[in-house]
Design a protein around this ligand. Structure first.
Ligand code: NAP
Length: 294
């Protein structure tokens, strides 16, 4: 079996959990290989990609700040990468071409409990924030035929392109998802929403004391609603704590992180990761986060 060469490009990469995740995957699958961190400034990316191919790399993950700029270096883009407007996974094809893909979309959807996914066609969801991850979340929710998505943002003018891109994504999937945009300042009572997804970094380490919504606002969510925070550092944010104290289901971003990595690995290896490996991988990530999180 050939030695598998993988890695991640970004800057900085100090806190990335991807090397741990992929090393564990290779170990569990009995594969010989390596997953290296390549901290690169933007101007070095194009030349480095050519070198990586010559060195026999099979694939790369891409993180901040290269997810959008690297798109122009790709020979082809998957539908997901086109719709998300970002590449987080590069596949070095045997013919020397580079294929850009995005696994944040599938990573988010695979991370949702099946009971939540089953209800999406009847669910009105609130998304806080309108950045890169909000776009991936929106794409997944449109593909899953969610009834409606309302984005609540600081500056609605800045987020208009996201909603117009949402219309294109709806056409692509033939979905009828309603998309709305409102200002965070004018957020109404949340009683009409069956779920809430936080895609802002508010509440993330080292600002764990912050929350994008107050407990009083959260109290207006109906019984049975879920709260999903994309943050995984800390493992339980203030937002999640407030939701749990109201007996609402609350999820962190650990499973999205896990599944976007699993999806990337499946692309590079062209084979499914067995379900039996998911729990050991989750436990490993959880352990690593507990060690660094306060
Ligand atoms: P991004 O592209 O920078 O977008 C952040 C969004 O949050 C923007 O809409 C921004 O609004 C908004 N925002 C920032 N600070 C805010 C504040 N104080 N109040 C209200 N809104 C605020 O970032 P991203 O890549 O989407 O990442 C966002 C979060 O998701 C991060 O915590 C990241 O770690 C997490 N994430 C997790 C995963 C996972 O696998 N679990 C994957 C991707 C991202 P403005 O445009 O007005 O600044």
């Amino acid at each position: 079996m050939s030695y598998l060469k993988l890695g991640i490009i970004g800057q900085p990469l100090t806190h990335s959990l991807s090397p741990l995740l992929h090393a564990q995957l290779m170990h569990l699958l009995n594969l010989e290989g390596e997953y290296r961190k390549y901290e690169l400034p933007s101007e070095a990316v194009a030349a480095s990609l050519r070198e990586f191919f010559q060195q026999g790399l099979r694939g790369l993950n891409v993180t901040i700040p290269h997810k959008v700029t690297v798109m122009s270096q790709m020979d082809s883009l998957s539908l997901e990468a086109q719709l998300a407007g970002a590449v987080n996974t590069i596949i070095f094809e045997p013919d020397g071409t580079l294929r850009g893909h995005n696994t944040d979309i599938a990573g988010f959807i695979r991370s949702l409990p099946s009971a939540v996914v089953d209800r999406l066609p009847e669910s009105d969801l609130l998304i806080l924030g309108a950045g890169g991850s909000a776009r991936a979340v929106m794409t997944g929710l449109i593909e899953a035929e969610t009834a409606s998505i309302t984005f609540a943002v600081r500056d609605p003018m800045k987020a208009i392109s996201l909603t117009s891109d949402g219309e294109v994504i709806k056409q692509t999937y033939g979905s009828k998802t309603q998309i709305r945009l409102i200002s965070l300042d004018s957020l109404p009572s949340l009683e009409t929403f069956q779920g809430l997804v936080n895609t802002t970094p508010v509440g993330m380490w080292p600002n764990e004391a912050q929350s994008p919504l107050s407990p009083i606002q959260l109290e207006t969510l109906p019984a049975g609603a879920f709260v999903y925070d994309l943050i995984y550092r800390p493992l339980e944010t203030q937002l999640m704590q407030a939701a749990r104290s109201l007996s609402l289901d609350a999820f962190n971003g650990l499973d999205m992180l896990l599944y976007q990595g699993v999806c990337a690995f499946e692309c590079w290896q062209d084979q499914e990761v067995p379900q039996s490996l998911i729990e050991p991988l989750r436990a490993q990530l959880h352990q690593a986060l507990k060690q660094v999180a306060p």
